[in-house]
Design a binder for this molecule. Structure first.
Ligand SMILES: [Fe+2]
Ligand SMILES: [Fe+2]
Length: 284
């Protein structure tokens, strides 16, 4: 791979251009970083932001958690989902605000991947389920920065995707010679994400190359493929990636179990109203 052109690098990786985290979000993250906080302190701060509260409640009420009654309190939601998914929601919110206009559907795709990754992580008895769900929520965050920092090249990427019928990832390689997994990993580094989240983002398209968290990265990779396969994807990025061979081996999933998993995942996704628009589109 030829080196990334200096001006692309400069515009993309200029740290001053990285979206800043709003003051309130920063306060919440600092409180969580300190480790010594009460549930009331945390939920009171989150409740001050309607968008954050809405996303936390949406996640806890998603079919993945399989709760019998609806949770309406942020405090109760935090107890149920744990602090890491909350952290992921906070960190992603400021970037996804930009994403909504530039990459419609990316939030739904990421949220769906997070729910499916949580299900798979549970199924594979993984211990870091919260971190895996957070990484899944953020796995395509690099696409958002590319859209924001390189609007002209992004338009070129979209055109190439359409005219050649290739994936966004391949078009990124052609046009800017850097891909969103690498950009996402850079953001993860700048925002001091834990290594597991950084690695999953960096290797979500090639989990077989991930040294420390290969199974975790393969889970998010598989979720990405399943979610795209059923049509929950950003409007410009509908190509379903091929499964990474080594990643598949690392998962060690018997093929007959895959069919069971797929049907359970489909049940979960069908039960979530936010995804119905994508599913009905696929059926049309
Ligand atoms: Fe991706
Ligand atoms: Fe994705």
């Amino acid at each position: 791979m030829t080196p990334v052109a200096a001006d692309i690098k400069e515009r993309l990786f200029n740290i001053r251009e990285l979206p800043t985290i709003p003051v309130l979000h920063n306060r919440i993250l600092k409180l969580m970083d300190g480790g010594n906080y009460s549930l009331d302190d945390l939920s009171n701060l989150i409740e001050r932001d309607q968008v954050l509260s809405g996303k936390v409640l949406k996640l806890v009420n998603s079919p993945f958690y399989g709760l019998y009654s609806r949770v309406a309190s942020v405090g109760k939601a935090i107890v149920l989902i744990g602090s890491n998914p909350v952290r992921g929601i906070i960190l992603s919110t400021s970037l996804f605000d930009i994403a909504d206009e530039k990459l419609p559907g990316l939030w739904d795709h990421s949220y769906c991947c997070s729910v499916v990754s949580g299900f798979l992580a549970n199924r594979f008895n993984m211990k870091d389920i919260g971190e895996i769900m957070t990484a899944a929520l953020l796995h395509d965050i690099g696409k958002v920065l590319i859209r924001k920092q390189l609007p002209e090249e992004s338009a070129e990427i979209d055109k190439t995707v359409q005219s050649r019928g290739i994936s966004v990832m391949d078009a990124e390689k052609m046009i800017i010679n850097v891909t969103h997994d690498a950009v996402g990993s850079w953001i993860a580094g700048q925002w001091n994400f834990p290594p597991i989240i950084n690695d999953i983002i960096a290797y979500h398209h090639k989990p077989g190359l991930c040294g420390t968290y290969p199974k975790e990265a393969a889970i998010v990779h598989l979720s990405d493929i399943i979610v795209k396969g059923i049509g929950v994807s950003a409007s410009m990025d509908r190509a379903v990636p091929l499964f990474d061979e080594q990643g598949w081996k690392n998962l060690a999933l018997p093929e007959d179990e895959l069919m069971d998993i797929l049907s359970e995942v489909l049940d979960i996704i069908e039960a979530e109203p936010a995804f119905s628009q994508y599913l009905s589109k696929e059926k049309r």
